[in-house]
Design a protein around this ligand. Structure first.
Ligand code: URA
Length: 241
């Protein structure tokens, strides 16, 4: 990451305000660099050595951050919600206002969710053109069969213009309740639930195990999170090259 940033970008990255608001506030003298008021939005500041204060409060520029969360049920994949706890409420290091979840898991889905402030990486991972693999474990009411496997491989009608893209179904156990692993290359609304509905079955438990190269760390209990390792991050970024 560049060591020197424009003052208005530094503040915008921290979620203090929009670039235009910040330009105004800087010109009004709300910002100090090393104790001196600076009224130039274009002034260059060091993210490591300069002490920046906004309205007297000292700021810390953390740069881009990446957390792997084991999302529990009952929590919504949003940055704010009037009714329910959000995945961001689970992140304690929330000094920044710019964190968001990469994609959505349903409220009753558990498992891997990437939380970051890296809009570029999120865009790449979610881009329909990239077809990033997402692997889920599901418990399904009803006996999942080889026919379902073939249907998912061809694509099923979930009431949209296009069939679902080919998805790989791995049947782990089959009985009144079946256990499966399903690999998707797209992410439509309630997709897995709707795919099983299309073959007259019901998903009763769903957990995301991986997204691209990123695999849920099984040491994380539900609701726990940790920063990605450098290797995990490098591998994720390679997907997009
Ligand atoms: N498919 C679903 O139906 N729900 C999810 O949360 C993810 C994929």
């Amino acid at each position: 990451m560049a060591e020197l940033l424009r003052l208005d970008k530094y503040l915008a990255d921290l979620g203090i305000g929009s670039r235009s608001e910040l330009k105004l506030w800087i010109r009004k003298g709300k910002v100090t660099i090393n104790g001196e008021v600076c009224i130039k939005p274009e002034a260059k500041v060091s993210i490591h050595s300069d002490e920046i204060c906004f309205e007297g409060n000292q700021l810390s520029y953390v740069g881009l951050v990446y957390y792997m969360l084991n999302k529990p049920m009952g929590v919504v994949s949003a940055t704010a919600d009037n009714l329910f706890e959000t995945v961001l409420d689970l992140i304690e290091e929330k000094q920044r206002k710019d964190l968001f979840p990469v994609g959505r898991l349903d409220k009753d889905t558990e498992g891997l969710l990437l939380i970051t402030n890296d809009g570029e990486l999120a865009h790449q991972l979610l881009s329909p053109k990239k077809h990033v693999d997402k692997v889920y474990y599901a418990r399904v009411k009803g006996m999942v069969t080889e026919e379902d496997k073939e249907a998912f491989l061809i694509g099923v009608d979930i009431g949209e213009d296009d069939l679902t893209l080919p998805a790989k179904l791995n049947i782990l156990t089959y009985d009144d309740i079946s256990e499966v692993e399903l690999t998707l290359h797209e992410g439509r609304f309630h997709q897995i639930k709707r795919m099983f509905e299309a073959v007259d079955k019901e998903v009763i438990y769903l957990k995301r195990l991986s997204m691209g190269t990123l695999i849920l760390d099984e040491k994380l209990a539900l609701g726990e999170y940790r920063e990605l390792t450098q290797d995990e991050l490098n591998a994720l970024k390679k997907i997009n090259q």
